[in-house]
Design a protein around this ligand. Sequence first.
Ligand SMILES: Cc1cc2nc3c(=O)[nH]c(=O)nc-3n(C[C@H](O)[C@H](O)[C@H](O)COP(=O)(O)OP(=O)(O)OC[C@H]3O[C@@H](n4cnc5c(N)ncnc54)[C@H](O)[C@@H]3O)c2cc1C
Length: 340
Amino acid sequence: MEILRNIPLNSLTTLRLGGPAAYLSHIASIEVLREAIEWAQGKNLPLMVLGEGSNVLAPDEGHEGLVLIMNIKGLHVIETGSVVELVACAGENWDGLVKYAIENGLYGIENLSGIPGSVGATPIQNIGAYGTEIKNMIKWVEIFDSKTMKTVKLYNNECGFGYRDSIFKKPQSRSLIVTRVCFTLKKHGILNTSYRDVSNYFKEKDVKPTLISLRTAILSIRGKKFPNLYKVGTAGSFFKNPIIRKKDLEILLKTYKDLPFFEIDEDKDKVKIPLAWILEHVCNMKGWKRGNFETFSKHALVFVHSGNGTTKELKEFASMVAQCVKEKTNIDIQPEVTYL
Ligand SMILES: Cc1cc2nc3c(=O)[nH]c(=O)nc-3n(C[C@H](O)[C@H](O)[C@H](O)COP(=O)(O)OP(=O)(O)OC[C@H]3O[C@@H](n4cnc5c(N)ncnc54)[C@H](O)[C@@H]3O)c2cc1C
């Protein structure tokens, strides 16, 4: 086990923000994970877990404890008839796994092409895009609990999955570190091209949807919707799309007749509102800039950091956005990004 000192968190997060981590260790196996945790516990240091840092806002003051970068690699394939289980270690790159599945003719995760980050982080916020959520493919999540120092498998129904949510996001689950995830995929599946941008792509290009062409479509759509994270700081969508009661929707529709909304499976009395629409059409905040931060010109829900900002500044920027939404619509919005 190697312990590095004084590593800037802004070099480990795609928002490019955050002060120094006092200690940091790259975790390549469960044995190293155990050793690193014992080392931190021996010194009474708090732990922080990171994958590829694409969904976090790290504090300016840094982290006084040990940062664990989950880098455990490995993939195990179990075939049972028409179903294939991919058991992937936490440190595998998510999009690499999607590519592998598609190249092997496996259906289920193609709409989640191009989402940055690690496999271990996929259950944390139940990643989703273009009509698919990872909760529908997860069979179990293996975790190492830093309290009990034991490895346990949590089956899908024990993970408390919801829209960009799971038990892993709850404060009481901070000791749970994801080490492997088992995804159930199908050899013969039905492609989901119903999302508007996706169906438009296939109409315009006049190509037949296949696993490969759907991945190409999603990557092309995402390429236009998100800034290049190798060039600017971003964590994708900063806030979650709000879920509101149908009663409240009716009130909003009186003022904003074109307000889009989507039914949700979890609750028939509620609808999901695309926050980007509110930011663009109600708050006039598409491409809105303050200091070192702006909302992306092609997708207002995505925040862009030009490079010299601070976390304090971004929190202020985010609260101005949230305040406008509250004033105009009475909706309280919640960050999708995890504040570390
Ligand atoms: C340009 C861009 C586009 C994006 N598009 C989407 C999208 O379409 N849909 C979507 O859902 N998300 C999207 N995201 C968000 C992000 O890609 C996902 O949330 C991703 O799963 C984060 O992975 P990560 O490895 O970078 O996690 P990190 O950012 O490193 O960590 C995220 C959280 O998970 C915890 N964590 C990470 N790994 C582990 C582990 N092994 N065990 C326990 N806790 C862990 C961290 O402590 C933190 O709280 C986007 C981000 C960017 C930058």
